[in-house]
Design a protein around this ligand. Structure first.
Ligand code: M6R
Length: 608
């Protein structure tokens, strides 16, 4: 949600900011802007629309300066417009800020400042911060920012520069991500690492309620009391190419093709001999044996992975588990205690709903285990234990490889818990381990079917509504298949439990309605065949996803079948999602949609 960059050093700030914003555009793309300090003026150029619009505007103005801040926006307060775009400036024009997050008490501050004679030109919550810093400014920018932050309620990542301080700028964060990149006589801030990777791999991760004073030569970090804080340097060791398209048309298809290697990277290092070794887990066998309940909390795709996790943990480890969307969990006063384990799942590790829900579970005494992709992210830092999904950077807004790797991590945890509770015999356990190890190959073989899926997509891209049905784990899988389609194709879609459709929603099935049916759950196979017959009888066109061994049988009633390699039902979702992702992708491409940056969405949702 919104991307922030900042630069100070000897280079021309404009291209550094623009290149950085390009890397952050996935975070929000309804408007963008930069503020660059030239001698005693702050030059602001901002515009509604994608970064390309800002880039064109910048071509027509002559701005030079070696310090600046930039922003790409996902609107929360006020429609996307030139006026609501960041940076925002203070009344005297001497202070400019960029902001990611939501200031909850901005109306009170606005009223207060209005009484003091401040006028507001935007509808944003952000503008109050710029004016309040000016109001609090008594010659020291860091102190003015500290005073201001102590008066703000809500979430922020901020970049602040001022005409009176040409040799430094200030950054701050609370509940929204912000990192500082350390260069040679130059320093950077950014909402995410790829924005600074062309210049440096040395990073300081700001903690909540910290303020950094950044000059070309040094970075000083303070807490909100103004006390200096020490911070270890974090070295980024992943490949820059990982955040490039590398010849693929879109990040989304590139990331789908990375699924075999991502799943391998998540599973392989954790299976040593035949044993599952879960990093430096502090959860003891005793805790697992005494664990009374597991809460799985996440949002969007990560939540759908959590629903699979619930089935897997209950089936394998026999621990009662509930999966819940984080925004609901947090506000319903959930029953959680010290005998519970809370698993939070997040690709970015910064999703505010998930972070807050995790804090709520911790507050109530639960241990927390985070399944996270981004190393050093807020959720990873605050959880008791972390299981990283080594998927590499995921740039496309629609999550793909993150899902398969989240499932892989959940299966590893479920199998490890089951083993530690003595619930699986050697044969069963070894069979699961072998199949997990074969998952990368299985996904690769599904990728080989892409042309068939592409053809099917070309026949159905005009659909008005598409249903996804399945039973058990196939229902969980259907939820994710349906979300993928919705978010990038803009086709209405619903996921239904196969057995539930007839209780109402079947009324929507008519001649030609496309129904995507998953049949990977052996014990529910015949039931699903029955459900397919029900929709076929009402004119539906059926695309089925089924194990190879069942393809012939399913082909007799479905209009088209995508075969996936045979595997144990419980592990099937890891590979079975891939054809659904490909289907959504090709439908969106054929429709001419902006696949990597779908409308109204942003990659990292750091507002509630
Ligand atoms: O970074 P997270 O995994 O916490 O993000 C959670 C959701 O916002 C995310 O999965 C979202 O639903 C994606 N757009 C789905 O493709």
């Amino acid at each position: 949600m919104c991307g922030i960059v900042g630069y100070i050093g000897n280079r021309d700030a404009k291209p550094v900011l623009m290149e950085g914003l390009k890397k952050l555009e996935y975070r929000g793309y309804d408007s963008a802007g930069v503020a660059i300090l030239s001698t005693d003026t702050i030059n602001i150029v901002k515009s509604k629309g994608r970064l390309g619009v800002l880039e064109e505007k910048l071509c027509n103005v002559d701005i030079e300066g070696t310090m600046g801040i930039g922003h790409t926006r996902w609107a929360t307060h006020g429609e996307p417009s030139d006026l609501n775009s960041h940076p925002h400036v203070s009344k005297n024009g001497k202070i400019a800020i960029v902001h990611n997050g939501i200031i909850e008490n901005y109306i009170q501050i606005k009223d207060f400042l209005s009484e003091k004679g401040y006028c507001f030109s935007s509808e944003t919550d952000t503008e109050v911060i710029a004016h309040l810093i000016e109001y609090n400014y008594e010659g020291n920018l860091v102190k003015a920012v500290l005073k201001t932050l102590n008066e703000l309620e809500g979430a922020y990542a901020l970049g602040v520069l001022s005409v009176d301080n040409p040799d430094m700028f200030v950054a701050a964060k609370k509940d929204s991500p912000l990192i500082v990149g350390l260069g040679e006589n130059e320093n950077f801030i950014a909402s995410d690492i790829p924005a600074i990777l062309p210049y440096t791999r040395e990073v300081l991760i700001l903690e909540d309620k910290e303020v950094a004073c950044i000059s070309g030569g040094k970075v000083e970090i303070y807490n909100l009391l103004g006390e200096r804080q020490r911070r270890e340097i974090f070295h980024v060791d992943w490949d820059v190419c990982a955040s490039e398209k590398n010849g693929f048309e879109h990040f989304m298809i590139k990331e789908i093709f990375e699924e075999p290697s991502a799943v391998k990277a998540t599973i392989s290092p954790r299976i040593r001999g035949r044993e599952i070794v879960l990093d430096n887990f502090t959860i003891t066998d005793e805790m697992i044996k005494n664990c009374e309940k597991i809460h799985i909390i996440a949002c969007g795709t990560a939540y759908h992975a959590g629903v699979v996790g619930k089935y897997a943990i209950e089936k394998l480890a026999r621990i009662p588990a509930e999966a819940e969307v984080a925004s609901e969990f947090r506000y319903r006063d959930p029953i959680v205690n010290e005998k519970h384990l809370t698993i939070v799942i997040s690709q970015s590790g910064e999703t505010i709903d998930t972070l807050m829900a995790m804090r709520e579970a911790k507050r109530k005494g639960s241990r927390t285990l985070a399944i996270v992709n981004v190393v050093g992210s807020s959720i990873a830092r605050e959880a008791d234990d972390v299981l990283y999904t080594w998927a590499g950077p995921e740039i496309a807004v629609a999550s793909t490889k993150a899902y398969n790797t989240q499932l892989s991590a959940l299966y590893l945890a479920a199998l490890s818990f089951a083993r530690r509770k003595g619930l699986l015999d050697e044969k069963e356990y070894n069979s699961y381990i072998n199949q997990l190890q074969q998952m990368p190959e299985m996904i690769s073989s599904i990728l080989g079917e892409r042309e068939k899926i592409q053809k099917f997509a070309s026949e159905h891209f005009n659909a008005k509504s598409i249903f996804y049905i399945g039973r058990g784990l196939d229902f969980a899988l259907s939820m994710e298949g349906s979300l993928k389609l919705k978010e990038i194709s803009y086709i209405h879609s619903e996921a239904y439990a196969g057995g539930e459709l007839k209780h109402g929603t079947i009324a929507l099935i008519e001649e030609g309605t496309l129904v995507v049916c998953s049949l990977t759950q052996e014990q529910l196979f015949e039931k699903m065949i029955g459900n397919i017959r029900e929709v076929k009888a009402r004119g539906a066109v059926v695309l089925a996803v089924a194990h190879e061994k069942n393809t012939e049988k399913v082909a007799k009633i479905a209009d088209s079948v995508i075969s996936i390699p045979d595997t144990d039902s419980i592990l099937a979702p890891i590979a079975a999602i891939t054809p659904m992702q490909l289907f959504a992708y090709y439908v969106a491409v054929i429709k001419g949609n902006d696949v990597d940056k779908p409308r109204n969405l942003a990659k990292s949702v750091t507002v509630e």
